[in-house]
Design a protein around this ligand. Structure first.
Ligand SMILES: [Zn+2]
Length: 366
């Protein structure tokens, strides 16, 4: 395998691997675009279904697209929303239903009653209206409890939906006369079954996409990365195109996935953990990290711990983030204690910078 070290999108060249935090509703909670830039974040993932219900795609379109709306110069990846939505529908049929045509929701993402239909075509139209740089085909993502038959059905449907998404994508480019169109990625399903994964990958590659994603649950029953099926699926993807490990993961999981060929990551962990007072710090000087062989790359600082009440040091001595350059653990501990919103912002900036630093180390080592 040759590791893909860069790819170009709309005349911009991007280094790989790359990590995109999840700005599901068009915001990383408590951060603005300047904070993201300072944390060296190069792109974010937004969720087209959530944006479709609030503020609505027509609002975003009328304001010149999501980038202008957010005042964000970086990359926008739009997720079709399949993962979260289908898990809701598969868990609770009062939320909606799925058939070959698409997904019908009986309520919006806030739980308010109302019928929304999301078809593969509509998902692509929304992603064009939002103004994404990378769009992802609507896929049938089965639940964690899915049987072999469920996975078989998901693969069949995912291929069909990918075909329809690609047709709609071509139609939109023609209609809009786009010279630098966004890229379109497809999602490979098949659960833990290698034959199904292979069948899905082959058919999607035949249709032809700019990149391929690992779809479905990436963890095994012990809560660890399912290395076997992740590496099998990566081996089925073309080496000269980006390989996106959707939803992966903690720093160790990202390093492991880079080793087997993945080069795009999105994950809610650093931003969510920050709000829950869990701060990522490198276990040792990042200059000395043997990134692909380290047992432990990062560890947690639980910032609300008593021992930080009088700690004048920054969160990490190895970190160059805005938070570590300006504030102590003691101050952060105090902000969380009094539940001031600044605590979320400073903690999130630090965790994101730790992830982008991890990416810098990985780039030096691939
Ligand atoms: Zn920091």
């Amino acid at each position: 395998m040759t590791y893909l070290k860069s790819f170009s999108i709309q005349e911009k060249n991007l280094s790989l691997p790359i990590y995109f935090p999840d700005a599901t509703r068009g915001v990383i909670r408590s951060l603005d675009s300047q904070d993201l830039q300072k944390s060296k974040v190069e792109g974010v993932v937004v969720n087209s279904f959530h944006l479709m219900s609030k503020p609505g795609q027509s609002v975003i379109k009328s304001l010149g697209g999501i980038k202008r709306f957010m005042n964000w110069n970086g990359l926008i990846v739009s997720d079709s929303g399949g993962f979260q939505l289908l898990s809701l529908v598969y868990e609770n049929s009062s939320f909606g239903k799925i058939d070959d045509e698409g997904i019908t929701f009986y309520r919006d993402s806030k739980g308010k009653k109302g019928r929304h239909i999301l078809t593969p075509e509509r998902s692509i139209q929304i992603q064009f209206n939002i103004g994404a740089d990378i769009m992802i085909c609507l896929d049938d993502c089965p639940s964690v409890k899915a049987t072999y038959e469920d996975h078989e059905k998901s693969v069949r449907r995912t291929i069909k939906w990918a075909e329809r998404s690609k047709d709609e994508y071509k139609k939109q480019i023609l209609n809009k006369k786009l010279l630098n169109p966004p890229l379109i990625f497809a999602v490979i399903h098949g659960g833990d079954n290698k034959e199904l994964r292979e069948k899905c990958a082959k058919e999607l590659i035949k249709i032809g996409f700019h990149g391929y994603c690992f779809g479905g649950w990436p963890l095994n029953s012990n809560g660890e990365i399912n290395y076997d099926i992740l590496s099998w699926t990566a081996s089925l993807m073309p080496d000269d195109l980006p390989k996106f490990a959707l939803g992966v993961g903690n720093p160790k999981a990202i390093a492991d996935c880079v080793k087997i060929g993945y080069n795009i990551f999105d994950c809610v962990l650093p931003t969510r953990d920050a709000r829950h007072k869990r701060l990522y710090v490198f276990a040792k000087d990042p200059k000395e990290i043997d990134i692909f062989n380290e047992e432990k790359i990062t560890e947690f600082i639980y910032i609300s711990d008593e021992k930080y009440v009088r700690d004048p040091k920054p969160v990490s001595q190895y970190c160059d983030c805005y938070t570590c350059c300006n504030y102590s653990k003691s101050y952060l501990n105090h902000l969380f204690e009094i539940e001031d919103p600044l605590s979320w912002r400073l903690a999130t900036i630090h965790n994101l910078r730790t992830y982008t630093k991890l990416i810098e180390i990985l780039r030096e080592n691939v």
